[in-house]
Design a binder for this molecule. Structure first.
Ligand SMILES: O=C(O)C1=C[C@@H](OP(=O)(O)O)[C@@H](O)[C@H](O)C1
Ligand SMILES: C=C(OP(=O)(O)O)C(=O)O
Length: 427
């Protein structure tokens, strides 16, 4: 198990266009390329463990992938999906396994999806149950709640499904199923979750109509147009550096070519509410809005975060470092989903902040942080990339030692290299 030491380097002004490519969009590029009969061309695909797992699954299903010297991928889909002789390894990725459950439920053949110890303990019934109710054949441990999952593709019935959770993974799995169903389907969710699937599928010519919290999906009788896309940089990955600027008064970070989709940048707005200076500069808007984000550290004060939680769910661990450095209390509510991520992120954040000398109260669906003097500590990542990177960023303020850092490679392989520009790092 590798360990990372991070020490403050003092005031910084850091500009980068090297933040990791967007993970959510990269997964979708790989999977959606199978919905066309022509090659998709993807620039800036994320070369991290999670998205490489998805790419290799897409190859196992019969696609041919070519990589150009500049990293551009050409993904040539098969004439029909191949029934793979081996099991399909989704690694650490909830997005990969849940989207593939929806897609493979409609494909002729038998498929087994599994992943690492963390993924195999995350709940899958949220996708398996609605899919089974329209005829999908899915089984797995605990009656299909835990991977390994066996799927036998079927013709699925059209559906009207009201999801109780705002989850883009559930929504995307059901949209993929609906594209091959026997009629028009509708899906609704309690709050709008990230909408990349809807935008990208519309761009490919699918009849997917979004109205507020409702999506109507028409079945697709012919293959979709291929994707031609440059994946923007990931605002969830960039957010670690935003927090670094925010907790170091007067320091600044400029992030170039970032995805600016409103369902993905809410955590930056929370930093702004806390007192940091945050400026968004939109530069283009093709499938998605893309531009620069500039963050400057000012005095921070506590906030309450209780709405549109899915818009910042992945950023809450990093945001908690800003809460710890702010004046006053910060409260997170309605965030029970944090408990079923790569680790139980409520428990991981609370335990580690306490090790840093911060007063934190834990609730079932959130926590309250009393801002104070952050102390040096040895942090357990619990095998969770976002926990490892959040506390590594705290090391730009006081020395930190992070244990079990291999998980960082699941989403942000060049994180430590970039961190070394604003902090002293040693592995
Ligand atoms: O669809 C996606 O790309 C994702 C959706 C979110 O998960 P949920 O759908 O479980 O909320 C998010 O936490 C995850 O990192 C990526
Ligand atoms: C929750 C995450 O990803 P996934 O659900 O795809 O594993 C994440 O990256 O924070």
């Amino acid at each position: 198990m590798k360990t990372l030491h991070v020490n403050p380097k003092g005031h910084f002004s850091f500009t980068t266009d090297q933040i990791a490519s967007d993970k959510s969009i990269s997964h979708r590029c790989a999977i959606f390329s199978l919905l066309s009969d022509r090659p998709s061309i993807i620039q800036n695909y994320l070369p991290a463990e999670d998205t490489l797992c998805t790419l290799s699954i897409v190859q196992s299903l019969g696609a041919q992938v070519e990589k150009a010297i500049d990293g551009t991928l050409t993904i040539m889909p098969p004439l029909s999906i191949v029934e793979p002789p081996l099991i399909l390894d989704c690694g650490n990725s909830g997005t990969a396994i849940r989207l593939l459950m929806g897609f493979l439920s409609t494909c002729k053949g038998f498929f087994v999806l599994y992943g690492d110890q963390y993924l195999c303990s995350r709940p899958m019934r949220r996708v398996a149950d609605p899919l089974r109710s329209i005829g999908a054949q899915i089984d797995g441990r605990s009656n299909g709640n835990y991977a390994p999952l066996g799927i036998r593709g079927e013709t699925l019935k059209a559906f009207h499904y009201e999801s109780k959770i705002a989850s883009a993974q559930v929504k995307s799995a059901l949209i993929l199923a609906a594209l091959q169903a026997d009629g028009i389907s509708t899906f609704s969710e309690p709050e709008l979750s990230r909408d990349h699937s809807e935008r990208m599928l519309r761009g490919m010519g699918a009849n997917v109509i979004s109205k507020g919290l409702h999506v109507t999906i028409h079945p697709q009788s012919s293959p979709l147009k291929p994707l031609h896309m440059k994946v923007p940089n990931d605002p969830s990955s960039g957010f670690f550096f935003a927090v670094a600027a925010a907790i170091n008064f007067g320091s600044s970070v400029t992030l170039h070519n970032m995805l600016l989709n409103p369902t993905r940048i809410e955590a930056y707005n929370v930093l702004k509410r806390m007192g940091a200076e945050v400026v968004f500069i939109e530069k283009e808007n093709v499938y998605e809005s893309v531009g620069d984000i500039i963050i400057t550290g000012k005095e921070l004060h506590g906030v309450e975060v209780s709405e549109n939680i899915s818009w910042l769910i992945d950023e809450l661990p990093a945001l908690s470092i800003a809460f710890a450095c702010a004046k006053g209390k910060s409260l997170v509510k309605n965030a029970g989903e944090l408990r079923v991520k790569e680790s139980d992120r409520i428990s991981s954040v609370v335990k580690n902040l306490r090790l840093c000398g911060i007063d934190v109260e834990e609730f079932e669906d959130g926590y309250e942080v009393s801002g104070g003097a952050l102390k040096s500590a040895t942090i357990n990542s619990f095998g969770d990339h976002r926990i490892a990177m959040s506390f590594a960023i705290a090391g730009t303020r006081v020395p930190m030692k992070i244990e079990d850092i291999e998980c960082i490679n699941t989403s942000f392989p060049n994180f430590i290299e970039l961190l070394s520009q604003i902090g002293e790092v040693e592995q």
